[in-house]
Design a protein around this ligand. Structure first.
Ligand SMILES: N[C@@H](CCC(=O)N[C@@H](CS)C(=O)NCC(=O)O)C(=O)O
Length: 201
């Protein structure tokens, strides 16, 4: 059986868990408690030397990096249709799978870190700048969506990779356009999100 080592509140863990749900795989979830430093324990470092979640185990095959895990699962379960077969559309999928962690996520994570500091130590200008960057990045997603429901026409890994941090941005009070809010709600209405977002550490 597939095994996922992850932390329920982590966005990158959620990407892997959402993909497992969307492909309909049976899997065992091992919660690695980031609050208690579980990711730095020797037994976990033995399966992921980065000391980060998530990690997937498929028999002897150990895999880390959430986007790699998503691609592996989507290819292992092709009938779920999460990867376009056409090379041009497939390359667009790779574009979003690389852009999300490289460009979209960093200001959202930085905002999350800033909001953890006590109010009196917060830098309102920096918070405003991060909101602005996230808003501009969200416009890039919105342009790709156009009149469509999903980024690549049909629902795909490109939507899964966006969902956890788009959700986190709204939790961090970033204002989205009406179209982006509708896109987020469309993704949140899927059973996969209902299950994954209700998991607790
Ligand atoms: N590039 C990695 C990033 C993984 C990552 O940063 N995970 C965070 C949780 S979202 C983590 O484990 N943080 C704990 C730490 O850095 O100690 C991926 O996409 O899997």
């Amino acid at each position: 059986m597939l095994e996922l080592y992850a932390f329920p509140l982590s966005g990158n863990s959620r990407k892997a868990a959402l993909t497992l749900e969307e492909v309909g795989a049976e899997y065992e979830y091992h919660s690695i408690d980031l609050m208690q430093g579980g990711q730095k324990q020797p037994d976990y470092l033995a399966i992921n030397p980065n000391g980060k979640v998530p990690t997937l185990r498929d028999g002897d095959h150990l895999l880390w990096e959430s986007s790699a895990i998503m691609l592996y699962l989507a290819e292992k379960f092709p009938t779920a249709g999460l990867i376009p077969t056409d090379p041009v559309w497939r390359s667009k999928l790779y574009q979003w799978l690389i852009w999300q962690p490289g460009t979209y996520n960093p200001p959202i994570s930085a905002l999350g870190q800033l909001l953890l500091t006590p109010n009196e130590q917060q830098n309102p200008n920096l918070i405003k700048q991060l909101h602005e960057t996230i808003r501009k990045n969200s416009e890039i997603i919105e342009t790709q969506l156009g009149e469509g429901s999903f980024l690549l026409g049909d629902f795909s890994l490109a939507d899964i990779v966006m969902l956890p941090h788009l959700n986190a941005a709204v939790e961090r009070k970033v204002e989205l356009s009406a179209n982006m809010q509708a896109y987020l709600e469309r993704l949140q209405s899927r059973p996969s999100w209902k299950k994954v977002s209700s998991m607790t550490p």
